[in-house]
Design a protein around this ligand. Structure first.
Ligand code: C5P
Length: 324
């Protein structure tokens, strides 16, 4: 039997520009993702029992188990768990390869640190890590481009979690070009402000459509100067943050305006909604400033939890491979 462990990052959108929906209901996007140090870990193991089983354990920022989220994940239909869906796609390919005899059974363990339904691509990170792990487990030899193409078929944020760093996403936000590689140091320090309740991405897009019935301006890719600022220091970045989903998300969840106001009052350099929300991202000057902001903002009435993290970090990667 073999076991492979891989990890993939959650994200924040530094910019998110949304166009008018196409006939398939999806919206063209021009967005810049930053991969965060909050990572999902996915461990896959061949099993003698046929089928794919998944177990998810969620953690709090202090490393203790988040019992409520862990219990809630037990109720998720495995057919909709993105790690399972990703594994099943590669399992079909493995059935034709040298590991065919062991491809029928798989157990997956997801160690979850990215908040659920928060606009930080936790589910997409599960899929990205599962793709990288299964590619290694069954020695499929798929290249980065092939994994991105499969990732795109699973969800619009999966390619961003695969490539990491600071990356431009066009199309549905799923055609990537890396603007800056990730590293361990952390150029941008963030305090991610979680809500007590998730927000549905399709609902936020629907609200965007209701608001912008009069027409949406054409989308433009960032200029070289904008790219330099997005990849620069926190002060430069603070002038670039923009998210077209912020207004519709605030209409669905008025209390997010209070979270944003609290972060500004506490001295954040800039504040933006992460993806379709409800997580609000507060940009700090440096690690010390972020720690101070997190301490202050954990007590804000509309904030369930304040998590200090940083970016850009690397995309999905193998952490270990073992014969067991
Ligand atoms: O691709 P994913 O499953 O993550 O998207 C979730 C939902 O968000 C879609 O079903 C769609 O309603 C909306 N969406 C969109 N345009 C995009 C990405 C997502 O309308 N570019």
């Amino acid at each position: 039997m073999r076991e492979v462990r891989a990890s993939a990052p959650g994200k924040v959108n530094l910019t998110l520009r949304v166009g008018a929906p196409t006939p398939d209901g999806y919206h063209p996007l021009v967005t810049v993702f930053e991969a965060l140090a909050l990572r999902e870990t996915v461990t896959v193991r061949t099993s003698k029992t046929p089928g794919v089983r998944v177990e998810t354990i969620a953690y709090l920022p202090d490393g203790s188990i988040d019992e409520a989220t862990t219990r809630a994940m037990e109720d998720v239909d495995p057919a909709t768990h993105l790690a399972v869906r990703a594994a099943r796609v590669l399992q079909r390919l493995a059935a034709a390869g040298p590991w065919a005899s062991t491809a029928a059974g798989l157990s997956i363990r997801v160690d979850k640190r990215v908040p659920v339904a928060g606009g930080m691509a936790g589910g997409s990170a599960d899929a990205a890590a599962a793709l990288v792990a299964c590619n290694e487990l069954w020695e499929l030899g798929l290249g980065a481009e092939q994994l991105v193409a499969i990732g795109r078929s699973l969800g619009a944020d999966v390619p961003a979690c695969l490539v990491g760093g600071i990356a431009l996403g066009t199309g549905r936000g799923d055609h990537m070009s890396v603007l800056r590689e990730g590293d361990e140091e952390g150029r941008h320090h963030w305090v991610m402000l979680l809500s007590r309740e998730g927000l549905s991405t399709p609902e936020v897009f629907r609200e965007f459509d209701r608001l912008d019935a009069a027409g949406v301006p054409a989308l433009a890719e960032p200029t070289p100067e904008e790219v330099a600022a997005l990849c620069g220091g926190p002060e430069e970045l603070s002038h670039c943050l923009v998210n077209d989903l912020q207004v519709p998300a605030l209409r669905l969840r008025a209390e997010l305006a209070d979270t944003i106001a609290s972060a500004k009052d506490a001295g954040a350099l800039a504040v933006t909604l992460s993806g379709s929300g409800p997580t609000v991202a507060a940009l700090a000057r440096d690690a010390e400033h972020a720690r101070a902001l997190a301490a202050t903002l954990s007590d804000a009435p509309t904030v369930a939890r304040a998590i200090h993290t940083h970016g850009p970090t690397c995309g999905a990667r193998i952490e270990s491979t073992e014969a067991i």
